[in-house]
Design a protein around this ligand. Sequence first.
Ligand code: UGC
Length: 169
Amino acid sequence: MEHKVFIEDLTEKAFAPYGKVIDLPAIDPSKVGEGWDCWSYIQMMDVTEPIGFGLVVTKKREFVVTAMERHVSREELLLTFDREIVQPVAKCIDIEDPDEHPDSSTVKCFRIKPGQAVVINRGVWHSPAYPASDDARYLFGIEKKKDKFGDEMINPWVDFAGGRTVRFE
Ligand SMILES: NC(=O)N[C@@H](O)C(=O)O
């Protein structure tokens, strides 16, 4: 069975079950200078170890997801360098269940524009992000430590429950 999902804009409210949003705040900056405005802290990451960064070149392809990964012990920062990307996520049902499969009926796909970022909650299922149109580069940051269920494995991908797929547009 295939679920159809419509891509949605990134808002704090819509993304709340999956994590935190970083975007230009609608309040006055906390620091200003000649030619610059600064807001701090606009978001926090809950970490105990140094953060390692990864870079992904994501290429134009069909908007179909069959499997996801998750990090039950670590939050993950993710932002695009150059172009708009789409980030599919699915709810974490039981963070203590090592045999959980992502549930395709909980999938949402968020548009992340240059200038925006997300911090994905621990345990939240996610696929690699897709380019909204042309090939894109995105950065992720995550604590450099082992995850409780060993998602440092070469193949951390877990199929959707029931072998379902998700097509988004
Ligand atoms: N988000 C992404 O593309 N990758 C990371 O989650 C990772 O752990 O590789």
